[in-house]
Design a protein. Structure first.
Length: 279
């Protein structure tokens, strides 16, 4: 297999373009999934305080023989800790058994709470102190980003947003890129591929490139310049999802994929989400 691709973030730090998502994964499952992923070649793990599996991630990382600096770990600040980010990160690091996090993300803007600028200022301090090497946000729309950037001078390295073939977010992705913010796709497989893996175009491309529908979709994210973090606890799928570095989609196929966009969200709308019914 060819080498995995690495993205240079706006702050100069490097991040693998493909990582393992671990939402809805128990502490027990996550240890096994991470062991499999690291054996296959993944070097990036995406967790969050609210996933309640940071201690499993920490256990898995402690058990393997790979230098800390070769692994990229992301965790996220939950919505009820916007005024308390340093203590929240210290709790996460304690569970992860790490001295620093590679990427710390604000999980949701929760506009009605109106604390995300204050939280962002705390993340800037966490970066300056070295506890977080890079900082970013999730689920931020343009107006949320504009507010952060007008009130502080630090651009988020990452905006992690719901992005998959049925919800391509081209305007937000393009705005991110213009402002040197890297777009990271969550639910990159549309949370299991429903309505995507059986799409005739995706099926056609799978036949054309001799790949699976999941591999076509992951390759589409990479070829469009996004970071992707597909989740799986199934060893064969963890391997399958990483076997995407020996081909690229042709330009005409990327253009055709754009037609799949129907603006269909799986998760809540960040403008109205109050932070209490989905993690
Ligand atoms: N920032 C945020 O607000 C936010 C929100 C949601 C998600 N995320 C992050 O994004 C990650 C990925 O999103 P997600 O977990 O919602 O969805 P996803 O990665 O789009 O899809 C995961 C689902 O697809 C299945 N799957 C994985 N590979 C497959 C394959 N090759 N063939 C068929 N099925 C496959 C998995 O099943 P098995 O596990 O059973 O194999 C699982 O049910 C999360 O784990 C989390 O880290 C962030």
């Amino acid at each position: 297999m060819d080498q995995q691709t690495i993205i240079k973030l706006v702050d100069g730090n490097l991040m693998p373009q493909l990582g393992l998502g671990v939402w809805q994964t128990s502490n027990e499952q996550v240890v096994k999934a991470i062991h499999t992923a690291l054996e296959v070649g993944y070097r990036s793990i995406d967790t969050a305080a609210i996933y309640h599996n940071e201690s499993g991630v920490g256990k898995a990382l402690k058990e393997i023989d790979i230098p800390r600096e070769e692994i990229f770990v992301t965790t996220k600040l939950w919505n009820d800790r916007h005024q308390d980010a340093k203590a929240a990160l210290e709790e996460s690091l304690d569970k992860l058994q790490l001295d620093y996090i590679d990427l710390y993300l604000l999980h949701w803007p929760v506009p009605h709470q109106d604390q995300y600028v204050e939280a962002w200022k705390q993340l800037i301090e966490l970066k300056e102190s070295g506890l977080a090497r890079s900082i970013g946000v999730c689920n931020f729309h343009i107006e949320h980003l504009q507010k952060l950037m007008s009130e502080t001078s630090v651009v988020p390295a990452i905006n992690q947003i719901e992005l998959h073939p049925l919800m391509q977010q081209r305007q937000l992705h393009s705005w991110n890129a213009t402002h040197h913010i890297t777009t990271e796709s969550w639910s990159p497989l549309s949370h299991g591929g429903k309505g995507v893996f059986d799409n005739p175009l995706v099926q056609h491309l799978a036949t054309k490139y001799e790949k699976t529908p999941a591999q076509i979709v992951i390759r589409w994210h990479l070829d469009c310049g996004m970071i992707a973090i597909p989740k799986s606890v199934t060893p064969s799928r963890i391997k399958e999802n990483f076997d995407v570095f020996d081909f690229r989609l042709e330009k005409e196929d990327l253009t055709a994929m754009a037609e799949l966009d129907i603006g269909k969200r799986i998760g809540p709308n960040p403008d109205t989400y109050t932070g209490d019914h989905i993690k």
